[in-house]
Design a protein around this ligand. Structure first.
Ligand code: PLP
Length: 395
């Protein structure tokens, strides 16, 4: 027996542990101080009414012999895939039902998709980044190279023709930076991937936060993407499914390299290793796409958008450079007064009780940056940003 020694290469994910440690220490010495959590990546609003009603009804179905559901199709029920197909059609993206796979969330599929790739492939990952892309590839022992995101490129790195990559991760709207690729920028990536016979793994978990109609919500809005991309989507932030678990992955039939069809491979992989998402959850997910559900989740998204605008207005007043917040629930700011991320974290915590996320936890390029999120309550966001303003304008 030889264990997978690649696990030795994983860095301890000390970011959230270290944040909790520092917050606990501060609370112990200052029990009277209020803590305002502005770094959370989980939602605060509950599931909307339409979803809850659908889940209740589906639970009743499961207790009735005539409407009971046992194993479902591994790739998801047609009733949900048809809704997703129609949702894409609104953005002029035509998908076959066979191209849509229902998942228990984007995170699992982002890791599972690597089953389809050889271990010798080189992986290109932006820095800073959602850590799952890095860690899943380290576990497999793949060679990783980083595309530097920085203030100059607006945290939207573009392809470098001299670099050969086989697998490319893009996340737009981005976590942690909130930056969103334009159509032209994505077209450049798609052309690069097709030229290099590379595959883009496109994470669209935050597409529902896009308000600017000129920005693409899906990579498949870009011509040529169906021969080079897989897209991962999630209902976690769109509809508060972080604890309910449902997402979807689009693997185009036209994605074929070296004589192998990725749609067929993914279907084979899923039918072998996955038994589908529960009927009850898929019924809840279906309700997200109903007229009522759409209206209700838009109200929730508008609630978070309000938080984002409270944050960005404060940063605008202070003249602090940032990305995100406009078409994304994340706001990525340059730490003021040349502080590094952890110094700013400590200052914010000890002087205002605000807890954010130091950018250093997302990669080298995050050393001097800081992430705030729009997922808190309106009340706490308002309170936190008043304190933030006072701290940075005070004597
Ligand atoms: N992708 C990104 C960029 C995320 O930030 C997250 C969650 O925070 C996920 C995927 C995971 O989504 P899910 O809850 O669907 O697994």
């Amino acid at each position: 027996m030889t264990p997978n020694v690649n696990y030795k290469q994983l860095k301890e994910n000390y970011l959230f542990f270290e944040i909790s440690r520092r917050v606990a220490e501060f609370q112990k010495s200052h029990p009277e101080k209020e803590i305002l959590r502005m770094g959370i990546g989980d939602v605060t609003l509950p599931l909307c009414r339409a979803v809850v009603d659908a889940i209740k009804k589906a639970a009743t179905d499961m207790g009735n012999a005539t409407t009971f559901h046992g194993y479902g199709p591994e790739q998801g029920y047609d009733f949900l895939r048809e809704k997703i197909q129609a949702y894409y059609a609104e953005s002029d993206v035509r998908l076959e039902l066979s191209e849509i796979f229902i998942s228990d969330g984007a995170k699992s599929d982002l890791g599972n998709i690597l089953d389809l790739f050889d271990l010798n492939n080189t992986v290109l990952i932006p820095d800073p980044v959602y850590p799952v892309y890095v860690d899943t590839n380290i576990m497999n022992g793949r060679n990783i190279i980083f595309a530097e995101a920085n203030e100059e490129n607006g945290f939207l790195p573009m392809p470098d023709a001299s670099i050969a990559a086989d697998i490319i991760y893009l996340c737009s709207p981005n976590n942690p930076t909130g930056a969103v690729y334009s159509r032209d920028q994505l077209k450049t990536w798609v052309d690069y991937a097709n030229r290099k016979h590379a595959v883009i793994l496109f994470d669209a978990a935050y597409e529902s936060f896009i308000t600017d109609q000129t920005l693409p919500r899906s990579i498949f809005e870009i011509e040529g993407a169906k021969t080079c991309a897989v897209e991962f989507c999630s209902l976690s932030k769109t509809a508060g499914f972080t604890g309910t678990r449902c997402g979807y992955t689009v693997v185009p039939n036209a994605l074929e390299l070296e004589g192998m069809n990725f749609n067929k491979m993914w279907l084979r992989r899923q039918t072998t290793k996955f038994n589908g998402v529960s009927y009850i959850v898929q019924k809840g997910a279906e309700a997200v796409f109903s007229t009522e559900g759409r209206k209700q989740i838009q109200e929730n998204i508008a609630y978070y958008r309000k938080n984002a605008s409270i944050i960005t207005q404060t940063l605008d007043k202070l003249g602090i450079w940032y990305t995100g917040g406009k078409n994304s629930p994340y706001i990525w700011l340059r730490c003021p007064n040349k502080m590094d991320a952890w110094t700013f974290f400590d200052k914010l915590l000890t002087e205002t009780g605000i807890v954010g996320t130091p950018g250093a936890g997302f990669g080298k390029q995050g050393t001097d940056f800081f992430r705030l999120t729009a997922f808190s309550t309106n009340e706490n966001t308002g309170k936190a940003m008043e304190k933030f303003l006072d701290l940075l304008t005070g004597p």
